[in-house]
Design a protein around this ligand. Structure first.
Ligand code: RNT
Ligand code: ZN
Length: 410
């Protein structure tokens, strides 16, 4: 008998229909970030990555232009079961070799991406880009200099127009994330002022309603070189999102080391309509290592499923390790996120919940513990098989071949 059939019977004993779960997993779409392919360089200039984030490592073969980036992403997608979205940053526009400053970007620079998206059945999400630019320094949307603030307001408004055009073209809302690195390296007595500026800038940016896109806002604890103060802290954006019906972005690398991103799900969803995720793997800090099926990531997906919030969450990935094979990084991280979702969908929640409400902790722990060793792996293998992608580590051969034939020749 096939391993899947055994797994199916075993889960059925717990009242779980693996066929239904496979259907749910088919409808689970990741938003794969474009920036793992080139260590967040983009196509604007050869400028250094700045703005509180850092990609480390010098693994050969990174994508140097739009064609290479698209090829790498399609290769990665071909090894991930299911259909997925692509999350673009503004610096990945098609600028045709011209210098297009951030306050001049327009829908025309993303027309090619929209065609690509249609051809490859890959809906797009979007991000404004305020890092890696001479005008952003330590402060962009919260800069006391009005001309700099206005520059970034203009940029972000234009990005919303682009996101709206993408959403319209794909017949499905484009999720646009705003993350700005604004902060202070050292002591400052003007925290209130910076935050008032950021609030005002966001109000201006969001003033116009858009039908085909949704706004999300991403806070964090600190950035490299901006250790002492972060204007867009979690409290700031949580309050802003709740007051304005915006979507908070939970980046799993953006919390204090012992704080649980998973615990935000049920708290926030009582006040905000939806959530955006940036699934990452922080090693001691917001290091953006490749996502794995580790405990914090599992817990995050369990919490989403337990809250019955599958449809209220957008599943972005956000990591950029320059020290490993980048195509492989996409495949490992995407499949890991899917496995977390699968395991969450296979949890015998009804049984556990009943015991919990009866106060039977021993029974609760028994089922939670035993669920860990249930044959979920056979269900994932079946999912891969039905989607015609390699099962288990078999994808590695394809990544190695692609490296040999394509990326190492760059
Ligand atoms: C930075 C944020 C942000 C970026 C991307 C490139 O700390 O996580 O989301 O990683 O926008
Ligand atoms: Zn992020």
């Amino acid at each position: 008998m096939k391993a899947y059939e055994i797994a199916r019977a075993r889960y059925a004993e717990l009242g779980i229909d693996t066929e239904k779960v496979l259907g749910q997993l088919q409808n689970f779409h990741l938003s794969m970030h474009c920036w793992q392919a080139d260590d967040v360089s983009g196509f604007e200039s050869a400028g250094e990555l700045s703005g509180g984030i850092q990609a480390t490592g010098n693994y050969p073969g990174k994508a140097r232009n739009i064609d290479e980036l698209r090829a790498d992403i399609l290769k990665a997608k071909s090894l991930v079961p299911g259909t997925h979205r692509l999350n673009l940053h503004e610096i990945y526009g098609e600028f045709g070799g011209r210098k297009v400053d951030r306050d001049r970007v327009g829908v025309e620079h993303f027309q090619g991406w929209m065609e690509w998206s249609r051809e490859n059945n890959t809906p797009l999400d979007f991000n404004s880009t305020s890092f890696s630019h001479p005008k952003s320094g330590n402060l962009s949307l919260s800069n006391p200099d009005k001309s700099i603030r206005d520059f970034w307001i203009e940029h972000t408004k234009r990005c919303r127009d682009i996101a709206d055009a993408m959403g319209k073209s794909q017949g499905d809302p484009c999720i646009m994330n705003v993350w700005v690195h604004d902060g202070c390296k050292d002591m400052s007595v003007n925290h209130y002022m910076y935050r008032a500026f950021l609030k005002d800038s966001l109000d201006r940016i969001f003033a116009e309603k858009k039908e085909n896109m949704k706004d999300c806002i991403e806070g964090k604890v600190f950035g490299i070189g901006l250790e002492s103060f972060t204007v867009g802290s979690h409290d700031f954006y949580t309050a802003y999102a709740a007051a304005n019906g915006k979507i908070p972005t939970i980046d799993t690398g953006h919390y204090h080391p012992t704080e649980s991103p998973a615990d935000k799900v049920s708290a926030l969803l009582n006040f905000v309509p939806e959530l955006m995720l940036h699934v990452s793997r922080p090693v001691r800090w917001d290091s953006d290592h490749v996502t794995l099926m580790d405990d914090p990531t599992l817990e995050l997906f369990y919490e989403i499923v337990r809250a019955d919030a599958l449809e209220r969450v957008h599943y972005g990935l956000d990591y950029f390790d320059g020290a490993i094979n980048r195509t492989g990084a996409y495949v490992i991280g995407s499949r890991a996120a899917q496995k977390c979702m699968l395991r969450a969908l296979l949890e015998p929640r009804d049984i556990i919940s009943r015991y919990e409400l009866e106060g039977k902790t021993c029974q609760v722990l028994t089922y939670l513990e035993e669920a860990k060793a249930m044959p979920w792996g056979a269900v994932y293998d079946e999912f891969c098989e039905r989607n015609n992608v390699p099962v288990g580590e078999a994808y590695l051969k394809e990544i190695e071949a692609y490296e040999k034939e394509v990326t190492l020749k760059r």
